[in-house]
Design a protein around this ligand. Sequence first.
Ligand SMILES: [Zn+2]
Length: 67
Amino acid sequence: MKHKWSEKVRADDGSQSRKVCERCEMICVSRHEHEGGRDRHWKEFFRGTDRVECDKTPACEPVEVPA
Ligand SMILES: [Zn+2]
């Protein structure tokens, strides 16, 4: 299942932007850095404050919230 991303929100310094899945609440952070004369661009994924280690976008898996 694909994530249902919210609008991107860009950081004030422009170095990163983040969007949040409305279904599973995963956070996708797009980062840009200028380093050693070249631009680097990569993505990081988080659930809450936990970094999700992955090579590509993790699947959208809505978490059951205990009542
Ligand atoms: Zn999702």
